[in-house]
Ligand binder design. Structure first.
Ligand SMILES: NC(=O)C1=CN([C@@H]2O[C@H](COP(=O)(O)OP(=O)(O)OC[C@H]3O[C@@H](n4cnc5c(N)ncnc54)[C@H](O)[C@@H]3O)[C@@H](O)[C@H]2O)C=CC1
Ligand SMILES: O=C(O)[C@@H]1CCC=N1
Length: 281
């Protein structure tokens, strides 16, 4: 798959909603030079957000029609409760089955069926769950496509999301679990970094030093888990735990604090919430 070049031909990418995630994806795409800024349009209601996004050189507007008429790939990046409204806007501007636009939703819980009901003329829809680390090109994204999409659309999705980090295709039924794990996951990891930093400060480290050490520790551990996939995380952990040493004293404390159960519950609750969001259409 070609990357790192302006090799996406006539691809004009539009965003409906220019909030945190739209910005994160734009940063990823521009950072890897998959598109030029003037191939990206953002429809956003808030003036301060349009101003913030203009600094990337992308075109901004507050009317959906001008963006939808131009773009051949459109990413829905509004909150899930706004989806019915913007679907109405899309249908009124591009109603025909001849619509060749590829639509991509990143909205938590919103199913392909809700985006494109079976009785309506089918448009090409992809449901994606990215995450905030798009901002630094280290996202974990998963996607599922509806039956109107083809290999060409898979390639476009891989190219756009690939610019933002790792991408996997999954059955749509897995996307709520993906939302709970990697969509919401950065927040859980930030809590861990925050807590480790506080602990360092409590034990006398400068906050700047503690937060740098905490974040780098998470990065290094994550890199090891990715680079040694054949080693179970418990094996990696055991290598840190010297007999009678410091680490085992800490891991026992985590066990007695219910650390693993708390993390499993966090991902499970976030998954359940994603499923719930999908039921409020
Ligand atoms: N924040 C995250 O880490 C992640 C969020 N998501 C999903 O991404 C979507 C967007 O989330 P965020 O970017 O965090 O939200 P956000 O609130 O930062 O951005 C949404 C933007 O849409 C704008 N908007 C609302 N109605 C609009 C309309 N009719 N036309 C144009 N713009 C409109 C709002 O003014 C706002 O700036 C959500 O559906 C969320 O589930 C997915 C993965 C991760
Ligand atoms: O909290 C949320 O609903 C969104 C979806 C995944 C991450 N943030």
């Amino acid at each position: 798959m070609p990357q790192n070049k302006h090799d996406t031909g006539d691809l004009l990418l539009g965003f409906l909603g220019g909030g945190m995630m739209a910005e994160a994806i734009i940063r990823g795409i521009l950072g890897k030079k998959v598109l030029k800024p003037d191939s990206i349009y953002v429809c956003e209601l808030l003036e301060h957000r349009r101003e913030a996004l203009s600094t990337f050189g992308v075109k901004t507007t507050d009317t959906a029609s001008s963006m939808l008429e131009r773009c051949n790939v459109v990413i829905l990046a509004v909150k899930p409760d706004v989806v019915p409204l913007v679907l109405g806007q899309i249908s009124s501007i591009k109603p025909k089955s001849q619509d060749h636009t590829l639509y991509v939703s990143i909205c938590a819980g919103v199913t392909l069926e809700a985006l494109c009901p079976p009785l309506e003329e089918k448009k090409m829809w992809v449901r994606v769950m990215p995450n905030q680390p798009c901002v630094v090109g280290e996202a974990a994204s998963a996607f599922a496509m509806n039956e109107r999409c083809s290999a060409k659309h898979r390639q476009i999705v891989n190219q756009l999301l690939g610019a933002c980090g790792a991408v996997v295709e999954v059955p749509e039924k897995n996307l709520d679990a993906v939302t709970g794990l990697s969509g919401s996951g950065p927040a859980f990891v930030f809590m861990m970094i925050e807590a480790m930093t506080d602990a360092g400060v409590r034990k006398g480290l400068l906050r700047t030093v503690a937060s740098k050490l905490a974040a780098q520790t998470v990065l290094g551990a994550a890199k090891m888990a990715l680079e040694f996939p054949e080693r179970h995380p418990a094996e990696l952990r055991n290598r840190v735990e010297s007999p009678g040493g410091t680490t085992i004293a800490g891991t026992v404390a985590l066990e007695s604090g219910g650390f693993r159960a708390a993390v499993i519950n966090a991902v499970s609750q976030a998954t359940d919430r994603s499923e719930e969001l999908g039921k409020h259409k």
